[in-house]
Design a protein. Structure first.
Lengths: 107, 117
């Protein structure tokens, strides 16, 4: 398959908890990017991590990259209701995407 | 001001018809894309244009024809629509050539939901 894969497919947590989602890919990459998609909307860029980086932070977001395992994880700390969305990773010059992780934050 | 705008937002049509979706970006980017998101939410690239030149053309039926009159516009024309074409089509733009260099952040439009009856 040419597609990247996010895991889990769906995640439901209480507001205030941390949410972790994972992404695996099959080919070598130059960078990997994470995007958020609110229901019925377009995708919004969250964070980019380059292949020579292992970890990157942006506000409540923390992304890690393990090129030996061809995987990345996105951690959202202190989740909020507004974080409810689907999260996608994109690799290989954004040609390859997964089906996303649907994150639901319960108030 | 909307950065990447695409029209129409919704399109319902009969099988066999021809339809177009238009996209415009006011970000000054040199690269534009069309993506298809199916009912299972898989997102797949269809085409990419850099400075009006086609640089990515994934395995897409010939019924799909992109046109880029200038680097701020990328339209998608679909001939002889089929049931399987029903999906949400996203236009996006970025600065930088897709292949061979680091692709930067993609800016997406809000999507055009195509329903073929």
């Amino acid at each position: 398959s040419q597609q990247g894969e996010e895991d889990p497919q769906a995640l439901s947590i209480q507001e205030g908890e941390n949410a972790t989602m994972n992404c695996s890919y099959k080919t070598s990459i130059n960078n990997l990017q994470w995007y958020r998609q609110n229901s019925g909307r377009g995708l919004v860029h969250l964070i980019l991590i380059r292949s020579n980086e292992r970890e990157k932070h942006s506000g409540r977001l923390r992304v890690t990259l393990d090129t030996s395992k061809k995987s990345s994880s996105l951690l959202i700390t202190a989740s909020r209701a507004a974080d409810t969305a689907s999260y996608f990773c994109a690799s290989n010059y954004q040609l390859i995407w997964g089906a996303g992780t649907k994150l639901i934050i319960k108030p | 001001d909307t950065a990447v705008s695409q029209t129409p937002k919704y399109l319902v049509t009969q099988m066999g018809n021809d339809k177009s979706i238009k996209c415009e970006q006011n970000l000054g980017h040199d690269t534009m894309y069309w993506y298809k998101q199916d009912s299972k939410k898989f997102l797949k690239i269809m085409f990419s244009y850099n400075n009006k030149e086609l640089i990515i053309n994934e395995t897409v039926p010939n019924r799909f024809s992109p046109k880029s009159p200038d680097k701020a516009h990328l339209n998608l024309h679909i001939n002889s629509l089929e049931l399987g074409d029903s999906a949400v089509y996203f236009c996006a733009s970025s600065q930088g050539i897709q292949a061979g260099t680091t692709a930067g952040e993609l800016f997406f439009g809000e999507g055009s939901r195509l329903t073929v009856l």
